[in-house]
Structures are given as structure tokens and as C-alpha cells.
Design a protein around this ligand. Structure first.
Ligand code: 8YV
Length: 327
């Protein structure tokens, strides 16, 4: 049987790649930097499937150029880079990877909260620099127990963060487009956005990026937060006005920030955020564990193959433990 022509904008995990190659003739971009737009458009001219990791913009321009495209599969839960309406107008199904990364991403968001609260990275620098030998002036942190965590965006990941917060004795409030009917089970109180900003000791944002959420944390919002507030972003960088965040941290309008996502990404080495003492940044590692990325790749492969008619319905395949060591 003839193989389907598919384009991968990045290499994916071996077990998932093996499944794709059983049915598809693949073109894979293997360089560290994103695939050049002109080359992507060239490759897509006769492609029937596109497998992305969220690193390329799938818009009218791209789709108008890809006349044979039958499916777009993306190994990520967020899909702000995809023009869903344009895909729908062309009858092209789009599949992302919800569900399989919830606990992993919640772990990272909560790790950022704990890491910032207890200044773990500063403590490691203190030990690594040898200062411990000459001073007891260790970096002091703040307690979580009995304080208030405000979660902005109470979806699956937000609920998983709430479960972790409850175990640490935090009082939980949240802001969402709509109130969750199960929030009593989570012991989480629904509040409006302004009240959350004013009441929270810690704020974690997990909202999807949209025209409504873009820039939702700016100078006005940081000004409403407590001077002792910790701000954590594990959603998308452009939900935050970066210059406003920089000013809020520099002037100590808020105490600390911990970011897994930034705007722009990746951050250049001379970005002013990196000069601040009261910030912790990780390089978009929310779902970056071997097990979870492998699961995501399998689910994205399911979506791709389903879109090409080679699978009945996308199902999450329990990954075989067949991922590259130290990748
Ligand atoms: C990475 C994410 O973008 O799933 C998302 O939306 O932001 C992260 O998981 C993705 O995993 C890259 O492959």
C-alpha cells in the first residue's frame, strides 16, 4: 500500500516515529533552530500530514499552500499557533495532546512555586560558590502553609495544581471564565480576577493563550498584587507584559516571579529579566519528562494516523519504554 507523505517540523520519539514510518514517507527537520518557513512551505506542497511540536504557525498562508493536507497533529496541549478556523474551513482535522501531560505540568508549576518560595536556586548558588564555609547568612524563604494560592485558569492542570496545594496547606482561590461545578471537592473558592490579584500570596497562571488572555498580566495587574506576592507563569509567555513584569520585580512591587514560559522564547542571554535577583526561569519544561513527551508523541502519532485513515480513533497508547537516554 502506498505510503502517505508527511512532514515533521522536529524529530519525535523513536517509538512514535517507528509507528509513523510504518505508514508514511516522512520529511523531518532535524536542526535545533525552527524549520525555515520557505522550506516548510516547499515540503508541504505535496504533504498529506503535518506533525508539529507547536513550533510553527499553521495559518491561512501555510494551508493555502498545502493542497494535499489531510491532518495536522501537534505534540502539545496548547495550540495558539494553529488557526483552527482555517483548518476547519478546509476540512482538515487538528489533534493536540490533552490529558497525557496534566500531572507532569502541574508538578513543574508547583515546583516553581516551591523553588521560588524557598529560593532553592539561590541556595544552590550559595553552596556552589563556597559561601557556606564563611557565613551563616543562608537565603531565607517563605512558608506556604496557611497562605493563599490564586490559580488563574482552572482547567485540568489547574485542578492538579490545586490538589498539590491542598496537600501543602494552602488556601485555594481561582479565577476562570466560568465557575467549576466541582470546586467544592477541590476546596477551591471561585473569585473575580481583581479579588484574586489582591488576596493571593502566590499566583499561578495556567490559562491558554488567546486574544482575550494575551497581555492579561500588565502594570495594572501587578500593581494590584501584594508586595509579598509570588507570580508563577506556566502557561504562555505572552500572557504577561514582560516589560511590566520586569518593572514590578525591579521596584519590588511584587516579591518574586518564577516562569517556565517567557516572551520572547527562547530568552536571549542579555534579556533584562536575567539581571534580576528575585526571579527563577526554566526553559519551557512543563511537559518535558521522558515518560510524558513519549506519551505525547504517541498520542500525536495516533492523531496523525487517524487523520490519514490508518487508525479508527486516536487513543492514548501506553508508551513502550523506548526513548533515547539523556535526550
Ligand atoms: C510544549 C506545551 O510546548 O503542551 C504544551 O502546550 O507548552 C509544552 O508541552 C510541548 O510539549 C512542545 O512539544
Amino acid at each position: 500500500m502506498a505510503k502517505y507523505k508527511v512532514v515533521l517540523t522536529k524529530e519525535t520519539w523513536p517509538a512514535a516515529m517507528e509507528r509513523i514510518e510504518q505508514h508514511c514517507e516522512v520529511k523531518v527537520w532535524k536542526e535545533a533552530e525552527p524549520i525555515p518557513r520557505t522550506l516548510l512551505l516547499e515540503w508541504l506542497k505535496d504533504a498529506e500530514g503535518l506533525f508539529s511540536t507547536g513550533d510553527v504557525k499553521v495559518d491561512e498562508d501555510l494551508l493555502a499552500n498545502a493542497h494535499q493536507l489531510r491532518v495536522v497533529a501537534q505534540s502539545s496541549v496548547g495550540y495558539d499557533n494553529i488557526d483552527i478556523d482555517a483548518c476547519t474551513r478546509r476540512g482538515i482535522p487538528f489533534g493536540n495532546t490533552p490529558g497525557v501531560l496534566v500531572e507532569t505540568t502541574a508538578d513543574l508549576a508547583f515546583a516553581l512555586l516551591l523553588g521560588a518560595a524557598r529560593r532553592i536556586h539561590e541556595c544552590w548558588d550559595f553552596v556552589k560558590s563556597g559561601k557556606w564555609e564563611s557565613t551563616n547568612n543562608i537565603p531565607f524563604g517563605v512558608d506556604l502553609y496557611g497562605k493563599t494560592l490564586g490559580i488563574v485558569g482552572m482547567g485540568d492542570i489547574g485542578c492538579a495544581v490545586a490538589r498539590r496545594a491542598k496537600a501543602c496547606g494552602l488556601n485555594i482561590i481561582y479565577y476562570n471564565r466560568t465557575r467549576r461545578m466541582d470546586d467544592q471537592l477541590l476546596e477551591a473558592r471561585y473569585v473575580d480576577f481583581r479579588d484574586l490579584l489582591q488576596e493571593s500570596d502566590f499566583i499561578i497562571t495556567l490559562v491558554p493563550l488567546s486574544n482575550q488572555s494575551r497581555g492579561m498580566f500588565g502594570a495594572k495587574e501587578f500593581a494590584q498584587m501584594k508586595p509579598s506576592a509570588y507570580f508563577i507563569n506556566a502557561a504562555r509567555g505572552s500572557i504577561v507584559n514582560t516589560e511590566a513584569l520586569y518593572e514590578a520585580l525591579k521596584s519590588k512591587q511584587i516579591a518574586y516571579a518564577a516562569l517556565d514560559v517567557t516572551d520572547p522564547e527562547p530568552l536571549a542571554g542579555d534579556n533584562p529579566l536575567l539581571s534580576l535577583p528575585n526571579i527563577l526561569i526554566t526553559p519551557h519544561i512543563g511537559s518535558a519528562t521522558y515518560e510524558t513527551r513519549n506519551r505525547m508523541a504517541h498520542l500525536a502519532a495516533d492523531n496523525l494516523l487517524a487523520g490519514l485513515g490508518r487508525q479508527a480513533l486516536p487513543t492514548c497508547v501506553n508508551p513502550t519504554v523506548n526513548y533515547p537516554q539523556g535526550a
